[in-house]
Design a protein around this ligand. Structure first.
Ligand code: HEC
Length: 379
């Protein structure tokens, strides 16, 4: 014991009241390098020790701000300096679009950085040894005793005085704790072969367990029960039907719920006779008709319906929609042609809703009128 270096003197108490009292006395005696260990958090302990709030929150603040500014800086550099791209006509550096990533990086750096700072700055990793570890004192305070330690590095420290102070406070158990010789010599016990092998073993065990559960256990009963179900998946085979297909065609004549089939297929005369444009040629309807006409019809029929296709001969040029014939068509005729197509012109039933078809027809009428204006139109 003689040549050992003193680390601290510890004292144990039996109740929260005693330890709170002891702490106050120790503080009033002028000691600053002391600590308290209790089996559970004690109300009023922070006040009794006059603890300042942890500085960890400042670390989090600094790291968070670092995240904010580095994310913003990097996005600014990428999208405004190094590789400027106009996206949707927005400015290169358009802050609102960068907020989500800025937020994410802020939170990421603050959270991970705070944990790392806690481990390495506050807990002093990779040094994980502490003279109080494995002492009778630690065993007691993690069970049913309340302990206080005054460290030898306290400027006022004097072993005899501290012991007599603890005696005055009526502690039943006062111990001096010494550094283990190896703790003085070996600083980074994390790098001990024993510890490293333990970490490696833990790593291999966890990895193996994960591999095993994901690749084997999940395929065992009962974990795989949901997998096998009495149903036919899309594209799968079926032994039930003679043709072996799991997917079936709907029964002939079935109609989708809420859908009325087009009744004049192959009968343009009836379409012409019975169909009436249900829309009023309002401004909105015409704008919608123009939009859909330019998208779906103008590539072949031209922006004014004159038959001036933009497809450069890749598709036979269609007849003009300004012709006498089409001008005399009833709305129902054009609706019919959009719906079922005509000769090589394909059907647009799938691409254009019914309402949009009627809007297109209003727009075609407007186009026709614009190219064939009568004097009465001007008045
Ligand atoms: C892929 C090119 C193409 C597109 C797109 C196209 N059409 Fe046609 N359209 C044609 C062709 C070709 C004909 C002539 C078909 C024929 O030989 O009878 C035609 C014929 C017509 C006719 C009949 C004209 C007539 O004189 O018989 C109308 C009306 C018509 N299209 C309207 C439309 C409308 C409205 C759209 C947009 C929804 C549209 N077309 C989209 C190629 C197209």
């Amino acid at each position: 014991m003689d040549n050992k270096l003193l680390f601290a003197v510890t004292a144990l108490f039996n109740s929260p009241e005693e330890i709170l009292h002891a702490v106050r006395e120790v503080r009033l005696a002028g000691y600053t390098k002391y600590d308290v260990n209790t089996p559970y958090p004690l109300h009023g302990m922070d006040g009794a020790m006059k603890l300042k709030p942890s500085t960890l929150s400042y670390v989090a603040l600094v790291l968070g701000l670092t995240g904010t500014f580095s994310a913003l800086f990097f996005m600014w550099w990428v999208s405004a300096v190094n590789y400027p791209l106009v996206i949707g006509g927005k400015p290169y550096f358009s802050l609102p679009a960068f907020i989500p990533i800025t937020f994410e990086v802020t939170v990421l750096l603050a959270s991970i950085g705070t944990v790392v700072a806690m481990l390495f700055i506050y807990f002093k990793l990779p040094n994980n040894s502490y003279p109080l570890h494995d002492t009778e004192y630690m065993r007691s305070v993690s069970s049913d005793k309340f302990g206080i330690v005054i460290l030898a590095k306290d400027p006022l420290f004097d072993e005899d005085k501290v012991v007599s102070l603890f005696k005055d406070l009526r502690s039943g158990n006062i111990t001096s704790v010494y550094y283990e010789t190896e703790e003085i010599n070996v600083r980074h016990t994390v790098f001990e072969p024993k510890f490293l092998s333990f970490m490696a073993a833990t790593f291999i065990f966890t990895a193996a367990l994960t591999y095993f559960s994901l690749n084997y256990i999940l395929y065992w009963q009962p974990f795989n029960w949901m997998w096998f179900q009495n149903r036919v998946d899309a594209q799968s085979k079926s032994t039930y039907f003679s043709d072996g297909f799991g997917m079936r065609m709907p029964v002939e004549g079935s109609v989708a719920r809420g859908f009325i089939p087009y009744p004049y297929r192959g009968d343009q005369a009836s379409a012409s006779k019975y169909l009436v444009n249900p829309l009023v040629a309002s401004k909105e309807v015409l704008i919608k008709g123009q939009d859909k006409f330019n998208t779906f019809c103008s590539p072949c029929h031209g922006y004014f319906g004159k038959g001036d296709s933009r497809l450069r001969g890749q598709f036979p040029a269609p007849p003009s929609l300004q012709s006498e014939k089409v001008r005399n068509y009833k709305d129902g005729d054009i609706y019919h042609i959009i719906t079922v197509g005509q000769n090589i012109m394909p059907s647009y039933e799938k691409q254009i809703t019914r309402e949009e078809r009627w809007a297109i027809i209003h727009y075609i009428r407007a186009l026709q009128r614009s190219q064939n204006a009568k004097e009465s139109d001007v008045k």
